[in-house]
Write a protein that binds this ligand. Structure first.
Ligand SMILES: [Mn+2]
Length: 284
């Protein structure tokens, strides 16, 4: 037999119990404000991942030496934001309780909230490292407390502002920036020295990393819901992730890939490469 029916992320198995790293898709884009489509992100990232090699020359590590399973997507119910967040929480909680690294593919950024909530339940003292063009610190957005634009404010309510480390932020309201500068570990750019300093503060702590693909400049990652000019390069982002290696990373997500605006597929290929490097860097 030469059949191949499994279509998970590059080289992954579907063996949950044999894995110490678990990939989960969260294909939700219900609160997108500018242009929706991030629900197709997980499927597209998996699909293009086959263009990559399992070996990373940069890290001199190979996925074939790692035990990671791709469980597919959490089933989303159209129109039911809170129910969908609960569904994501249900799956994420299981992964954290079983002591495995969660690698979640979005979806809009709101999917990070249930994952962080569950990580904080299982790992007290959780810190969150947030790479994004946008602060996502609004108290409310269009009358909603639960939105891609409020997600990090909700995260602050769970972990406290002192445990949130933001990088690459270059868009938000005056109020968000005032809050960020006074209440969280805020960095407008992505200087490697800043990431190294943050990593020193995060030693011995459980860490969740959330990566909005729009932290990158739109020239590298045009396929996203709210592109923001003036972002970082892929090399700068890879280096930032490498600076976090060695920490106790319990969860990682990559959100806001929007395939409908990614005609060349360069965004999703870059996303898949970031996921590969994240597994190689953070797997337990
Ligand atoms: Mn963003």
């Amino acid at each position: 037999m030469y059949t191949e029916v499994f279509s998970g992320f590059l080289g992954s198995s579907a063996d949950y119990w044999g894995a110490d790293t678990v990939i989960l898709g969260a294909p939700m884009d219900q609160t997108a404000s500018f242009r929706p489509g991030a629900r197709d992100g997980p499927r597209q990232i998996r699909s293009v991942s086959e263009v990559l090699e399992e070996y990373s020359p940069r890290l001199d590590r190979d996925l074939s030496d790692y035990r990671y399973a791709d469980l597919g997507d959490v089933t989303m119910v159209p129109g039911r934001v809170e129910e969908n967040l609960e569904r994501i929480a249900h799956s994420a909680r299981t992964v954290f309780r079983d002591g495995k690294l969660l690698v979640m593919l979005g979806g809009e950024h709101l999917v990070t909230l249930p994952a962080v909530q569950c990580a904080a339940e299982v790992y007290p003292g959780l810190s969150v490292v947030h790479f994004d063009a946008h602060a996502d610190l609004r108290e409310m957005y269009l009358g909603m407390r639960l939105s891609h634009a409020t997600v990090m404010r909700r995260v602050v309510e769970i972990i406290g502002g002192g445990s949130l480390f933001q990088f690459g932020i270059r868009s938000g309201t005056r109020e968000e920036f005032a809050f960020a500068r006074s209440s969280v570990n805020f960095h407008g750019g992505l200087k490697s020295g800043d990431v190294v300093k943050a990593a020193e503060k995060l030693r011995e702590k459980p860490v969740y990393i959330t990566l909005d693909i729009d932290v990158l400049d739109p020239s590298f990652a045009p396929g996203t819901g709210t592109p923001e000019p003036g972002g970082c390069t892929p090399d700068e982002l890879f280096a930032a992730l490498e600076a976090l290696a060695g920490l106790n990373v319990v969860g990682f997500d990559l959100v806001e890939v929007c395939p409908a605006y990614d005609r060349s597929e360069r965004t999703s290929i870059l996303a898949a490469k970031l996921v590969r490097e994240a597994i190689l860097l953070f797997a337990p």
